[in-house]
Design a protein. Structure first.
Length: 277
């Protein structure tokens, strides 16, 4: 099998990888849930390539993201739900339907008219979606209600922030940052209890509560949690790189270094940052 610009070749490759008898052992056992983290990761890598203005990487990362779409579609086809062709048909139908001013006769010839037309079409699509969900017996709908405008597709930190901002609009909010610190301490205590119990599900639940509370205090002090964490990630990279380069200069490796030695170099990196202001 050779590379090709034809999408059908990629679909054939995925079908071969998922073949129960001759496919790849790793690909065969994957599910929607196990592949989901990779799908999210690939989307972030596309974003990163765009931010770096690296067109070579962008081409490569878009291919990785496309593979995720093909992977999910293949699993759905195996389950008798839908195929890659159905995915393509659905999005082409949606784009044509939402742009009648381009693909059909329409009187929408101004930006405001196009926006109203778009909103009307989306409302019709929502009604159709609700009918399809009801037919499949799906009752819970996170797109409904006051918080329904907050997309679940956001990164978890962003979703938490937007849920809190939305709830605050109707007064469901803390009055000041200080009480949130008490809430954080309460959540830490509950996390300690969960750890002591050895219940992994409980630990995960309490950890989520703690992070949610930390996001809340960030919102109150006007410190975006996503950007705050990105700053810390950058700081961690810089300090850990100091550990690595210092060890290399001494003829040592990360794998052979003791935790005590790495901690010593970590503190040295912090001291350098303080000196640089």
């Amino acid at each position: 099998m050779e590379a090709s610009q034809d999408i059908s070749r990629l679909i054939e490759i995925m079908a071969a990888l998922r073949n129960p008898e001759t496919g790849c052992p790793w690909d065969i056992v994957q599910t929607f849930e196990t592949i989901k983290p990779y799908t999210i990761e690939e989307a972030y890598e596309v974003s990163d390539a765009i931010e770096r203005n690296d067109m070579d990487d962008l081409c490569d990362e878009l291919g990785d993201l496309l593979l995720q779409v093909v992977f999910h579609a293949r699993m759905a086809e195996e389950a008798g739900e839908f195929s890659f062709g159905d995915v393509v048909e659905a999005i082409t139908r949606k784009m044509i339907r939402r742009h009648p001013h381009v693909f059909a006769r329409s009187e929408a010839d101004t930006p405001d008219a196009v926006k109203k037309q778009w909103d009307d079409i989306k409302q019709a699509e929502k009604r159709e979606r609700a009918e399809r969900r009801a037919a499949r017996g799906i009752s819970e709908d996170f797109k409904a209600g006051f918080l329904g405008s907050v997309q679940r597709s956001f990164p978890a930190l962003t979703e938490a922030l937007k849920l809190q901002e939305r709830a605050a609009k109707v007064g469901f909010d803390w009055s000041a940052p200080e009480p949130i610190l008490d809430k954080i301490e309460e959540e830490i205590a509950e996390l300690r209890e969960a750890l002591a119990s050895g219940d992994h599900a409980k630990v995960s639940d309490e950890l989520g509560d703690l992070i949610f509370a930390v996001v809340n205090i960030g919102r109150h002090v006007k410190a975006d949690p996503e950007q705050s964490l990105r700053g810390t990630n950058t700081k961690f990279r810089r300090r850990f790189n100091h550990i690595e380069t210092s060890l290399e200069a001494e003829g040592e490796t990360l794998e052979a270094a003791t935790l005590e030695r790495m901690e010593e170099l970590w503190q040295a990196a912090k001291a350098i940052e303080r000196q640089l202001g």
